[in-house]
Design a protein around this ligand. Structure first.
Ligand code: BDR
Ligand code: CA
Length: 305
């Protein structure tokens, strides 16, 4: 399997990405690293610990950045993911362990050094931890297997008309990550917007999926008039497991800094090539997600006698 570090700000679609990971034998999760984003970092870290236990994953959880590289403490002002970051579902239960020792960016560096050429960094929150790791150990750029990012928007943003939330939350970190000489795949809103889990499909899936998406879907219905919720972060993982579901093009990418185009991603002439999954077969991706997370029914007749 492919070794993965998931850098995340859970987040309802982050939660579904963790669920997807847990169901895939072709992805091996080395660590979950957290970052501010959908909520402050204390909350996203608590959510990561809760999700790890609830979903039954065994990877360590390392707390990461609480603020953008050069900004005040951050959390998205838009509460699409509810006050608790997970659609305001009930998070009570047994008390959670503390996060594992070691800051997110330091752990990323250690794991990449320990597994040269083998680790894929999958970032589904603001890119602060990745930028900090690069700053402290630029050599990781040539030691990762790849970097896959849910982020960016080329046609239309979500937090502003131009910018997507993960990039907008730390545009400076995003620029550092997209300008570094490592193999980056970007899965922007242009692709993930079409990957919508409808409310009826969520209801059919039932259980965890139905519960956790209820508030998120309501927020999307209110903000974007959508029936259901986009699987933004799941799409980043699926771009690794089933890349055929995407159409890609390659270009250098710049990031708007300041002003009304803050956090906008744009194709530029100079810079390291970034593979951009500009379009997705959304229906196919959602079907693949649901098939992956549905436990297979084992035929008992096949093992009789
Ligand atoms: C991205 O922002 C967050 O709200 C989601 O979890 C996703 O990573 C979509 O813009
Ligand atoms: Ca996220």
């Amino acid at each position: 399997p492919r070794l993965v570090i998931l850098d995340t700000d859970p987040g309802v679609d982050d939660a579904l990405a963790l669920l997807y990971l847990s169901a895939r034998s072709d992805l091996k999760l080395l660590a979950i690293t957290t970052v501010f984003g959908n909520a402050d970092v204390e909350t996203t870290t608590r959510n990561a610990l809760w999700l790890r236990d609830t979903i039954g994953l065994s990877a360590p959880v390392h707390r990461g950045a609480e603020a953008p590289l050069n900004g005040p403490r951050g959390a998205s002002p838009v509460h699409v993911h509810g006050e608790n970051g997970l659609g305001d579902i009930d998070l009570s239960g047994p008390s959670l362990p503390a996060p594992d020792a070691g800051a997110a960016h330091a752990r990323i560096i250690e794991l990449v050094h320990a597994n040269p050429g083998a680790v894929t960094l999958v970032a589904i929150g603001p890119l602060t931890n990745l930028a900090l790791a690069l700053r402290d150990a630029p050599d990781i750029a040539s030691l990762v297997a790849g970097v896959t990012i849910m982020g960016g928007a080329f046609a239309q943003g979500n937090v502003t008309p131009y910018a997507e939330a993960n990039i907008h939350n730390d545009a400076e970190a995003a620029a550092a990550v997209l300008e570094a000489p490592w193999p980056v795949t970007l899965v922007p809103l242009d692709a993930t917007r079409s990957c919508v889990l409808s409310t009826s499909a969520a209801r059919t899936a039932g259980g965890f999926v139905e519960t956790i998406t209820r508030g998120y879907a309501a927020a999307y219905a209110a903000h974007e008039g959508l029936d259901g919720c986009p699987l933004h972060d799941v799409a980043a993982l699926v771009s690794l497991t089933v890349p055929e579901l995407f159409t890609a093009r390659t270009t250098a990418v710049g990031v708007g800094q300041g002003g009304e185009r803050h956090g906008q991603t744009l194709a530029i002439a100079d810079g390291p090539p970034v593979r951009i999954h500009v379009e997705a077969d959304g229906a196919g991706l959602v079907e693949h997600f649901l098939r992956s997370i549905t436990p297979r029914k084992h035929s008992t007749s096949a093992v009789s006698n």
